[in-house]
Ligand binder design. Sequence first.
Ligand code: ATP
Ligand code: MG
Length: 351
Amino acid sequence: MKTLKIANIPGDGVGKEVVPEAVRVLHTIADLHGGLKFEFTEFPWSCDYYLKYGQMMPEDGLKQLQHFDGIFLGAVGNLNLVPDHVSLWGLLIKIRREFQQVINIRPAKRLKGIASPLTNPKDFDLIVVRENSEGEYSEVGGRIYQGEDQISIQNAVFSRKGTERAMRYAFELASKRKAKVTSATKSNGIVHSMPFWDEVFQDVAKSYPHIETDSQHIDALAAFFVTNPSRFDVIVASNLFGDILTDIGAAIMGSIGVAPAANINVNGKYPSMFEPVHGSAPDIVGKGIANPIGQIWTAKMMLDHFGEQELGSHLLEVIEQVTESGIITPDVGGRATTSEVTDQIISHLKK
Ligand code: ATP
Ligand code: MG
């Protein structure tokens, strides 16, 4: 029996509504499979927790999480009561940093039955691998002079290790998919870091001769996400470029409520964290209409991560059978509730 110990952090708002739904789905999959078991331990760390105890998680929170196989997170944030920098830095960013989750991955795929805002929405099925620890989001820089002479300097940091790590991850992932990696670059305008990025990409590509490669400037690449996303399989991008591309990726799927994500620890020292793209959605909380697909698809990414790709692929097929059948929540134009969508997914899994 393969047992996966997962730390659940439902967090705030609709996170508390969709995490239990995804947990139901994972237990169903494990029961049907027989050789797999999930052991969930729930942690109430959230903005509510902060309002009670003055911190987002206890002092030894990271220690408590460290020995889990994975962290399954809902959403964190309650802007009315806790400023974003407190809720994010006190929990999410702390976990990402301390657990060296140096890569962020976000798939974008057209789901049957969900309207895409694209004018010519052909099928697409891509995944963005974003370097998540350095690049343009560095703290190196500062300001000098005052008034009209004032200058601000922001340096980007690209290490050979960090860059190569992201690229290897992308190539490995592409090996299990359609065997194509596109690199997001801008070496015609950014003259130090991006030519370096291109060099590392070419070096890493040499170890993967069976993978087709392509390099696109970020401006053109962003446009292709809108005009022809079906040309992509895996895209590897720096922190800033990946941030932008993944938002476009979520947008072309039709709702942020269906978009999944994972923060990956690649050295195996700490758990990876799986969380949907959406936030706590305070405007719909308590109404029972939150789309559970983002969280359930995130569970699929967790299955993939733990080597259960077959189960993961099947779950995504089932999600799509359900969206195609029209049992969808209001954010994507339907009338179903959160639990109705989950019930359907579960009953299709049992077929
Ligand atoms: P936070 O501060 O937690 O990031 P936010 O309001 O900034 O919250 P989201 O929570 O992602 O950002 O909400 C953005 C919009 O998307 C809202 O209108 C929300 O209702 C909608 N939304 C987010 N998640 C879902 C979901 N799972 N199902 C349906 N709609 C959603
Ligand atoms: Mg937000």
